[in-house]
Design a protein around this ligand. Structure first.
Ligand code: NI
Length: 193
């Protein structure tokens, strides 16, 4: 059980830099989480999706790779360089199609390598409070701060871990028989993709 102080700490006295430390701690962990869950797992779990135009575990890892290459750090650097004078490039949510032909093990390795590189670069930026408050321009959302972008990087990992759990559970929707009625994950519409 959590102590009262642990429950009441956030977010009252947190600086953007404190939050960045928490963000990095989460971001560092995601490749290992995916690796532990997915590597060498039967394809029932890793290659099946929820129907036409939906994603499998394999697709989700591919999508996370694309984010490392084109979304998070490139956008952070754009905010630092251009502020809100230039909008980000729109993110291609279906770019993972281009990974076909690679094995899931290769994708897990690639994601781990890209994430480690990205976090080294993020550390090297040595971001200060005033940097984290800088604004950029999102093509749909408008004004966003660097702090919000970096928090979203971590929350985006969690959104796809959530999705991953749902996609995997879907493969057992019949296997569990009547118990599906008690399994919230079988009824979750919380993530659109
Ligand atoms: Ni996403």
């Amino acid at each position: 059980m959590m102590s009262m102080s642990a429950q009441t700490q956030y977010p009252s006295s947190q600086t953007h830099q404190d939050q960045l430390e928490a963000t990095i701690a989460l971001l560092r962990r995601t490749p290992a989480v995916l690796d532990a869950l997915l590597r060498d797992l039967p394809e029932t779990w890793t290659l099946r999706n929820e129907g036409e135009k939906t994603w499998s575990a394999y697709d989700i890892v591919g999508h996370l790779i694309h984010g490392e290459l084109t979304d998070w750090l490139p956008r952070a650097k754009m905010i630092l360089q251009h502020g809100d004078s230039k909008a980000f490039e729109p993110f291609d949510r279906f770019a993972q199609e281009r990974n076909k032909g690679k094995s899931l093990s290769e994708l897990l390795d690639e994601f781990a390598r890209l994430r480690a590189d990205g976090l080294r670069q993020l550390r090297a930026l040595n971001l200060q409070e005033k940097d984290l408050e800088r604004r950029g321009k999102h093509p749909q959302l408008g004004a966003v701060t660097l702090s919000q972008l970096l928090a979203t990087w971590a929350a985006h990992d969690l959104t796809h871990l959530h999705q991953l759990s749902r996609v995997m559970a879907y493969q057992y929707r019949e296997a569990v028989g009547p118990w599906s009625a008690f399994l919230g994950v079988m009824k979750c519409n919380g993530h659109g993709e």
